[in-house]
Design a protein around this ligand. Structure first.
Ligand code: SF4
Ligand code: SF4
Ligand code: SF4
Length: 379
C-alpha cells in the first residue's frame, strides 16, 4: 500500500444559505442521504484499494456544508470510518464553510471529525459575498461574529480570500493588514479568480489584468516576508513556494500539481463525478460519470473521455505551448485546467495566469535561495 493520498471533494448539498454574486454553484434543493452514503463510500474505498491509496482526504464543501446539520455528520463519520476500517484504509476529513450557519452545537463534531479545524472564505473588501437580503456589509458583520465564536471555542480557522478588482484597488498592504491585524487571522490563502459557471454581472470584477495582479501578489509576498513569515503567519501559496524553493517538503496547491487528475475527484449529492467542485457545478460536458449508476469508480475514471482530456493536458502543453522552455515547468506544469477553460474555452492551453505565476515563482525562488544560504551559513 502506498502512502500517496487520494482526495475527494464531497459536496453533500448544492443548497446555500447566502447569495454571493460570483457564485458558480447551480443551487438545487438536493442533499446526499445517509442511505446513499454507504454505496458512495464503498466505491471510493474500492478505488483506493485498486490504485494503492492508503488514505483519502475528504474535503466537505457545498453549497454550504453546514446545511446538513451536525447530527448528519456524526452518522456519516461512523458509516465512512467503519467501512474504511474493514478494508484497513483511512479517511481524513476537512470542512469548508461560509460560517454563517455556525453555532456552538457544531463544536463536538468539528473536534471529533475535523480535528478542531475548519476553512472559511472572506474577501477584502467584501463587495460580493452577500446575505439573501442583498447586504454585503451585514454578511461581513455576521461572519465576523461567527469567526469570534468559533475561535473562542478553540477551533483553528483558515481563510480563503478570492481576489477581485476591489482587492487590487485597495492594495496589498490594506489587504494584509485587514486579515492579519484586524481579524487576527494567521492562516490564509489567496486564490486567483476565474469566471466559472454562467455569466453574471460580477464577472468583470474577477477578470483581472495580469500585470496588476502580479504586482499585487508581489507586494503581498514582500509584506508577508517582512511582517509575517518569521512570526508564524501562513499565507498560501507563498509559504508552500518558499518551502519548495528552499528545499523543504512543500504542499503546493492543486493548480501546480503535476496533474490534478492524479489526485482529485469531486462527487456531488446526485453522485455526479467530475474533476473538482468547479467542474461538477459548472460544466456538464466534462462530467466523468455518476457513482450511483457506475459504482466502479476506477473503471469510470479510466474509461471517461472527459477525464482523458485532463490526463493528456500536461503532455499537450509541452508540445504546443512554450511551457517546455519555461524554467518553472517542474513546479507549474501549465497551471489549472479550470482557469484555462473558463478563459479560453479549451483545456489545451496554458493557464491564463502564466505571467502572474512566473513573477511569484521568481520571487519565491529568490527568498528560498536566501533562506537556503542562511541555513548553510548557520551550520
Ligand atoms: S457561500 Fe459558496 S455556495 Fe454559497 S453563495 Fe457563496 S460562493 Fe455560492
Ligand atoms: S481544475 Fe484547477 S481547481 Fe480544479 S483540481 Fe484541477 S487544478 Fe485544482
Ligand atoms: S509558468 Fe507559464 S510557461 Fe511556465 S509552466 Fe506555467 S503556464 Fe507554462
Amino acid at each position: 500500500m502506498s502512502d500517496r493520498a487520494f482526495s475527494v471533494i464531497l459536496l453533500p448539498t448544492a443548497e446555500c444559505n447566502v447569495a454571493c454574486e460570483y457564485c458558480f454553484e447551480y443551487k438545487e434543493p438536493l442533499r446526499l442521504s445517509l442511505e446513499a452514503l454507504p454505496a458512495l463510500t464503498e466505491s471510493v474505498l474500492a478505488h483506493m484499494e485498486q490504485e494503492g491509496f492508503g488514505e483519502c482526504e475528504v474535503y466537505w464543501q457545498g453549497g454550504e456544508a453546514l446545511i446538513m446539520g451536525p447530527d448528519w455528520y456524526r452518522k456519516a463519520k461512523v458509516i465512512m470510518e467503519e467501512a474504511a476500517a474493514r478494508r484497513g484504509l483511512k479517511f481524513v476529513h476537512y470542512l469548508q464553510t461560509n460560517l454563517i450557519g455556525y453555532s456552538k452545537a457544531w463544536n463536538d463534531i468539528i473536534f471529533d471529525m475535523f480535528d478542531g479545524s475548519l476553512g472559511t472564505s472572506m474577501d477584502y473588501p467584501n463587495l460580493h459575498r452577500k446575505l439573501f437580503s442583498g447586504s454585503a456589509g451585514k454578511y461581513t458583520e455576521v461572519w465576523r461574529e461567527r469567526l469570534e465564536e468559533v475561535r473562542s471555542s478553540g477551533i483553528h480557522v483558515g481563510v480563503i480570500a478570492v481576489l477581485h478588482q476591489g482587492s487590487l484597488d485597495a492594495g496589498a498592504e490594506a489587504f494584509y493588514r485587514y486579515f492579519v491585524e484586524e481579524l487576527g487571522i494567521t492562516d490564509f490563502q489567496v486564490n486567483t479568480p476565474f469566471p466559472g459557471g454562467p455569466a453574471n454581472e460580477a464577472e468583470t470584477e474577477f477578470q483581472l489584468e495580469s500585470g496588476a495582479l502580479a504586482e499585487f501578489l508581489g507586494d503581498l509576498f514582500e509584506i508577508w516576508m517582512e511582517n509575517g513569515y518569521k512570526n508564524g503567519v501562513q499565507v498560501g501559496p507563498f509559504d508552500a513556494l518558499i518551502n519548495h524553493f528552499s528545499g523543504r517538503p512543500a504542499r503546493l496547491p492543486c493548480i501546480w500539481k503535476e496533474n490534478c487528475s492524479n489526485q482529485f475527484v469531486s462527487i456531488d449529492a446526485k453522485g455526479t463525478v467530475a474533476q473538482c467542485d468547479c467542474w461538477v457545478t459548472s460544466y456538464p460536458d466534462y462530467y466523468f460519470g455518476n457513482i450511483f449508476r457506475e459504482p466502479d469508480l476506477s473503471r469510470m475514471l479510466s474509461e471517461s473521455p472527459a477525464r482523458q482530456k485532463f490526463v493528456e493536458r500536461p503532455g499537450k502543453l509541452v508540445e504546443d505551448e512554450d511551457c517546455l522552455s519555461c524554467r518553472f515547468l517542474s513546479i507549474c506544469h501549465g497551471g489549472c485546467p479550470v482557469r484555462t477553460y473558463a478563459a479560453m474555452g479549451t483545456l489545451d492551453s496554458k493557464d491564463p495566469y502564466c505571467e502572474v505565476y512566473k513573477r511569484v515563482f521568481s520571487q519565491a525562488e529568490r527568498y528560498g535561495n536566501e533562506l537556503r544560504k542562511k541555513a548553510v551559513l548557520a551550520v
